[in-house]
Design a protein around this ligand. Structure first.
Ligand SMILES: [Zn+2]
Length: 234
């Protein structure tokens, strides 16, 4: 009797151990998951798109291209047709070195281009005809001068219906605001405006007055590299 009781108790105990082990494994699952999540958080893909508007310029664009080449990084140039027309070699260099040449405007005169959807598309096409003429390829990406923020819906619809993708930005060197005093201030603006952002579209300019942008770009690239970002183009 005692023996049978003992055998039954042992069986129950064995079953209980198996059940507890299973329950424990199941209960551990969420914990294991959250550990995986923590790991994932550290390896989450971080991407930065460097973008340069309002070029090309003889003074600044070659320096930025040199920095990008040294650092082996690609960028997107939103060009002004009127500047590019007389600097075709620089657009060609942007394209040949693997960067994206995209449409910003031909004239960059807000008063003219934003007058109507038709005038906006005419301005875009004039710039894109030039890009095609220089690189052999039409751009598919566009940036509204001043950004799309607050623009009339009909202008935005005209662009997308014309088959273009438009890109704004979520971080900036602020090299077009006030008169920057140093590469340091541009670098600090880029870092501050892209903090905690895993998908950064950084606005900079390669127009002729942007004295500090090339050196700032070098430091900015190194910052993003050190922080595990990969560089992409539109
Ligand atoms: Zn612009």
């Amino acid at each position: 009797m005692n023996k049978r009781y003992f055998a039954a108790a042992a069986t129950i105990l064995a079953v209980a151990i198996v059940v507890m082990w299973l329950a424990n494994s199941l209960l551990m699952q969420p914990t294991a998951f959250s550990f995986a999540r923590a790991d994932e958080r550290e390896t989450v893909k971080k991407t930065v798109y460097l973008t340069f508007d309002d070029g090309p310029s003889d003074r600044i664009t070659p320096k930025i291209l040199d920095v990008l080449k040294d650092e082996d990084v690609k960028a997107t140039f939103f060009i002004i047709g009127a500047q590019a027309e007389i600097r075709r070699g620089l657009v060609r260099r942007e394209f040949d070195e693997g960067h994206t040449v995209a449409v910003h405007s031909y004239t960059h005169r807000y008063r003219d281009i934003y007058r109507s959807p038709e005038s906006l598309i005419a301005d875009i096409d004039r710039c894109n005809d030039l890009i095609e003429n220089i690189t052999g390829r039409r751009a598919e990406v566009y940036r509204f001068p001043g950004g799309s923020y607050g623009l009339r819906g009909e202008l935005i619809t005209a662009v997308t219906e014309h088959g273009l993708r438009y890109v704004d930005w979520n971080a900036s060197t602020r090299d077009a605001e006030a008169e920057p005093e140093s590469a340091e201030s541009l670098y600090l603006s880029a870092v501050a405006t892209s903090a905690d952002c895993n998908n950064v579209v950084l606005l900079s300019h390669d127009s002729t007055s942007k004295t500090f942008t090339p050196e700032a770009t070098r430091r900015i690239i190194r910052y993003y590299k050190e922080n595990g970002y990969v560089f992409d183009v539109f």
